[in-house]
Design a protein around this ligand. Structure first.
Ligand SMILES: NC(=O)C1=CN([C@@H]2O[C@H](COP(=O)(O)OP(=O)(O)OC[C@H]3O[C@@H](n4cnc5c(N)ncnc54)[C@H](OP(=O)(O)O)[C@@H]3O)[C@@H](O)[C@H]2O)C=CC1
Ligand SMILES: O=C(O)[C@@H]1CCC=N1
Length: 257
C-alpha cells in the first residue's frame, strides 16, 4: 500500500522523491527496490531522526503497528502528523502508544498508484485546520477523498479499501466464464478488461441503475443474465461480503487495541 501511495505522490509531483524516506522491519531488498525505482531515501529506525518529518505514514499490518510505534515514538516532534492506513487500528490505540500527537487515519486503496484511490479519512482533534488541509491535499493527489467519522472507516474499508479485490475477483470469474463459453483466453481477457474499463468510466457519468436499465432489453440477453444473478442471491452475497470485511476491520481494531 505504501508503494502505491509513494508512486502516486511522485507521479503527481506532490512530493519530490528526495523528500520521502522509507523504512521497514527487515526486508532490505525491498527498500533498495523502492530506492532504485522511485529515488526515495532509505533510513533505519534506530539511526534516523524524525523531528523534521511533516508526516509519518504507518503502512504496516495492524499487528505490527505497536512495535513500529515503539521504535519511533521518542523521535517524533509535536508538529509531525501520523497518518495511519492500518485497517481497523483506532486513533485512540495509536495515541495510547505515542501520546497526544496529531493522528489521521485513512483508508485508501491500491488504485492510489494511478491516482484513483477512493480514500476515506478521519482525524483526531489534535490535527489542526492547516494540517487537515495538508492531509486533504496529500490524499486528493492519489484519488478522491471522503472525510468520515472514525467509526465509519470500517464501512469505508469494507467497500473501498478491499473493494478493488472484489472487482478483480469478478473480472476473474467473467474471464473463466468467457473461456467456458468458447472464447480463447487472450480474447476473454481483452474483452473483460475493456468491458470493465468502459463501464467504470460510464459509472462516473450516470446513475448506476439507469446505466443498467439501458443495457437491459426486455426479454433480452442481459435480462436473462441478471435474472440468474438474482436467483443466485447476488445482492445478498455482495452485501455479506462488504459486511464481513467491515466486521473484520472492527475485529482487527479490537485485536490490536
Ligand atoms: N493492500 C491494500 O490494498 C491496503 C492495505 N491497507 C493497510 O496497509 C497496511 C499494509 O498493508 P500491505 O501494504 O498490504 O502490507 P505489506 O505486507 O505489503 O507491507 C507491510 C510493510 O510493513 C513493514 N513493517 C512491518 N513491521 C514494521 C515495523 N515494525 N516498522 C516498520 N515497518 C514495518 C513491512 O516490512 P518488512 O517486509 O521488512 O517486514 C512491510 O514493508 C495494512 O495495515 C493494511 O490494513 C490499507 C488499504 C489498502
Ligand atoms: O485486506 C486488508 O486487510 C487490507 C485492508 C484493506 C485492503 N487490504
Amino acid at each position: 500500500m505504501a508503494e502505491s501511495m509513494i508512486h502516486g505522490w511522485i507521479n503527481k509531483r506532490i512530493m519530490k522523491p528526495e523528500e520521502i524516506s522509507v523504512m521497514n522491519r527487515s526486508d532490505q531488498d525491498r527498500l533498495e527496490f523502492l530506492s532504485d525505482e522511485y529515488g526515495v531515501n532509505i533510513v533505519c529506525a534506530e539511526k534516523t531522526e524524525l523531528k523534521d518529518a511533516h508526516f509519518v505514514l504507518l503502512a504496516m499490518k495492524p499487528k505490527d503497528v505497536e512495535a513500529a510505534l515503539s521504535g519511533i515514538k521518542d523521535k517524533l516532534s509535536g508538529n509531525t502528523v501520523i497518518l495511519s492506513v492500518a485497517a481497523g487500528v483506532s486513533i485512540e490505540t495509536i495515541q495510547k502508544h505515542v501520546g497526544n500527537f496529531p493522528v489521521a487515519r485513512a483508508m485508501p486503496n491500491t488504485s492510489a498508484k494511478i491516482g484513483k484511490s477512493a480514500t476515506g479519512v478521519a482525524w483526531s482533534k489534535h490535527v489542526s485546520k492547516e494540517q487537515q488541509h495538508e492531509l486533504r491535499n496529500l490524499l486528493s493527489s492519489i484519488g478522491s477523498v471522503t472525510v468520515v467519522e472514525e467509526e465509519q472507516l470500517h464501512a469505508v474499508t469494507g467497500v473501498a479499501g478491499s473493494g478493488p479485490a472484489y472487482i478483480y475477483y469478478f473480472a476473474e470469474a467473467m474471464t473463466e466464464a468467457a473461456i467456458a463459453n468458447g472464447l480463447s483466453s487472450a480474447d476473454a481477457k481483452k474483452l473483460v478488461r475493456q468491458t470493465f474499463a468502459g463501464a467504470a468510466e460510464m459509472l462516473q457519468q450516470e446513475d448506476f441503475a439507469e446505466l443498467r436499465k439501458k443495457v437491459t432489453s426486455p426479454n433480452g440477453t442481459t435480462a436473462a443474465g441478471l435474472r440468474s444473478l438474482e436467483e443466485n442471491h447476488f445482492k445478498e452475497t455482495v452485501g455479506e461480503c462488504v459486511t464481513r470485511a467491515s466486521e473484520r476491520s472492527k475485529e482487527l481494531g479490537k485485536e490490536f487495541k
